[in-house]
Design a protein around this ligand. Structure first.
Ligand SMILES: NC(=O)c1ccc[n+]([C@@H]2O[C@H](COP(=O)([O-])OP(=O)(O)OC[C@H]3O[C@@H](n4cnc5c(N)ncnc54)[C@H](O)[C@@H]3O)[C@@H](O)[C@H]2O)c1
Length: 273
């Protein structure tokens, strides 16, 4: 278990959307937070320290690991990127973060994986983390690679980890798909909190979703971890309807996208060089 009172936790990608939600949810009870991002992080609290650095800057990453007991690795290319940047940050940068953590004696890694690690499963199939990955993009392949690295670090070095296969993280659901895949700000903070506190998660892969009525995933690891999400995308259904979203289509068994990965399996994979 990582102790919220005494142990230092490093959060990479802390200036991003999920990093901002984690800060809001964790900083009242995690007493020693070290934040890092390539961008500045605004409005630091007394128990937050900041290191502005690129995660591919290995000496800087090794330095920021000093005195750290747990790492929450969020930093990465998301959305639009070049293939080179994807390799540099999501593969090389991920390696440098995990390897520097190992060298520094870090005991717990929580990794922002993605639903795109299993995005090619049909949406009609309830997917659990026990099934083999079916990544829908090179982005998803690197998420699986991160999970595989952590399996290796567990088997070889005994480092405990939780990989979070995050669905659609937003303040609110944004479309028909996110009625099933939404992960709310409060729930992501709760999920990271229990991933850090758990006495021994081994090397766990867990789905990162809210308590959505239309979940298309099943996950026994939620109970193992003590993850009890409170938010439900269904509570935003009427708001989505007023925005013109066909929220009744899933009741008819009609999903806009036939696979778990939404649009990803159907859009060109290779980013422009
Ligand atoms: N938002 C989602 O719905 C979602 C879904 C699945 C997985 N994820 C994963 O969660 C993580 C966080 O996502 P987010 O939505 O907060 O994205 P985001 O883009 O808002 O945040 C990512 C952060 O990483 C930082 N970053 C990028 N390259 C960096 C580098 N070379 N060095 C240091 N920092 C760098 C960015 O500055 C940014 O602040 C990502 O790894 C993403 O793949 C997010």
């Amino acid at each position: 278990m990582i102790n919220p009172e005494t142990d230092r936790v490093l959060i990479t990608g802390a200036a991003g959307a999920i990093g901002t939600a984690l800060r809001a949810g964790l900083r009242s009870h995690w007493r020693r937070l070290r934040l890092t991002d390539i961008r500045p992080v605004p409005d630091l609290a007394d128990n937050e320290e900041l290191v502005v650095a690129d995660v591919t800057n290995r000496p800087a990453v090794e330095e920021m690991m000093r005195g750290v007991k747990a790492v929450v690795h969020l930093a990465g290319m998301v959305g639009s990127y070049t293939l080179e940047d994807l390799f540099r940050v999501n593969a090389r940068g991920l390696f440098d973060v995990f390897e520097s953590a190992r060298l520094a004696g870090v005991e717990r890694i929580v990794f922002a994986s993605s639903n795109h690690a299993f995005g090619f499963y049909p949406i009609t199939e309830k997917v659990s983390p026990a099934l083999p990955p079916r990544p829908d993009t090179t982005y998803g392949v690197f998420k699986v690679w991160g999970e595989t690295m952590l399996q290796h670090y567990f088997d070889r070095y005994g480092i405990r980890s939780v990989s979070l296969r995050i669905g659609t993280f937003r303040k609110e659901p944004i479309d028909q798909r996110s009625l099933a895949t939404w992960l709310s700000p409060a729930d992501v903070a709760h999920l990271v909190d229990v991933s850090l506190r758990h006495a021994d998660p081994g090397c766990m892969v867990v789905n990162g979703y809210s308590n959505n009525t239309r979940l298309k995933t099943v996950d026994p690891n939620w109970a193992t971890l003590g993850y009890r999400p409170k938010d439900n995308a269904e509570d935003h259904r009427e708001a989505l309807r007023t925005k013109g979203v066909d929220v009744d289509a899933p009741d008819r068994g009609e999903w806009e996208w036939p696979e778990h990965g939404g649009s990803f399996p159907r859009t060109p994979d290779r980013p422009p060089r």
